[in-house]
Design a protein around this ligand. Structure first.
Ligand code: OAD
Length: 246
């Protein structure tokens, strides 16, 4: 790639854009102390691959183990705080709400806790549960939260984390809103994503095809560099406060 336009140039693009979409990934939360998805399996969990834990088949085979892993992730996330990057994004959204749309692949709630309005959560929310099998009549009255995982005491239906697992579809409404945002934006700001997981990564290519300027904030090269109009090789918490300051 030719030398990337610098931060001052990207600030001008943002200032001139009618619509800005933002797509964030795990790198956004790295400086809050939440390990990126591919770094998450540390310590005891490092013997597994994410693809082996984050699937419906894994949960049905070993519900307690997978539930424990999510419990570990939930504890980690609830102890974390939004970083300066989350706060800078929330501030610019609050200043100019109609111009900004924030789409995230992260299942933590750090954007929401920083004050970002209307976050489109493509991969669900770690803090929420739902029934593993569609809710049956007995389940509404039957939740036994004393077992882990919690289950319906009548039929045994399990609660599961309300996140998207490998092999599952994304929530249709969230995906439709995200598609619309990337098709209509003038600038797409992509922060902290490796661009290897689809369909989320495809949103970046869609924005490029529709003529948006694509800006990456990532200290490392990624799969998305080929369609980037600018690569800001900095971390989210360092780059975004300067990039987005009034
Ligand atoms: P990855 O873990 O694949 O990639 C994280 C990216 O963040 C890498 O490109 C890093 O270089 C970059 N990065 C690391 N620290 C950073 C920092 N401080 N500031 C900015 N960038 C930084 O995470 P995702 O791309 O989000 O899906 O992965 C996508 C999806 O893969 C996840 O949402 C998850 C997983 O499968 C589901 O859970 C469905």
């Amino acid at each position: 790639m030719h030398p990337s336009p610098d931060l001052a140039t990207v600030r001008q693009w943002l200032a001139g854009a009618r619509q800005v979409a933002v797509l964030t990934g795990a790198g956004m939360s790295a400086e809050s102390g939440v390990p990126t998805f591919r770094d998450a399996l540390t310590g005891w969990w490092s013997r597994f691959k994410p693809e082996e834990l984050a699937t419906e088949a894994a949960y049905r085979a070993q519900p307690q183990m997978v539930w424990d892993w999510y419990l570990h992730r939930r504890e980690l996330v609830s102890a974390a705080l939004p970083n300066a990057g989350h706060r800078a994004l929330a501030a610019v959204q609050q200043r100019e709400p109609p111009r900004w749309t924030l789409v995230t692949q992260n299942v933590d709630d750090l954007h929401q806790r920083a004050g970002s309005p209307g976050v489109i959560a493509l991969h669900g929310q770690l803090a929420q549960d739902r029934w593993l099998d569609a809710e049956r009549a007995c389940c509404a009255q039957g939740l036994d939260a004393t077992t882990l995982p919690p289950a319906c005491r009548h039929c045994g239906n399990l609660r599961r984390p309300a996140v998207v697992w490998f092999g599952e579809s994304l929530p249709a409404q969230a995906l439709a809103l995200a598609e619309q945002a990337v098709q209509t934006c003038d600038v797409l700001l992509v922060v902290g994503t490796s661009g290897v997981v689809y369909p989320a990564a495809g949103l970046v290519f869609t924005a490029h095809q529709h003529g948006a300027q694509v800006v990456l904030v990532n200290p490392e090269p990624s799969e998305l560099d080929t369609v980037a109009d600018a690569c800001l090789r900095q971390t989210a918490a360092l780059c975004l406060p300067t990039l987005l300051e009034p």
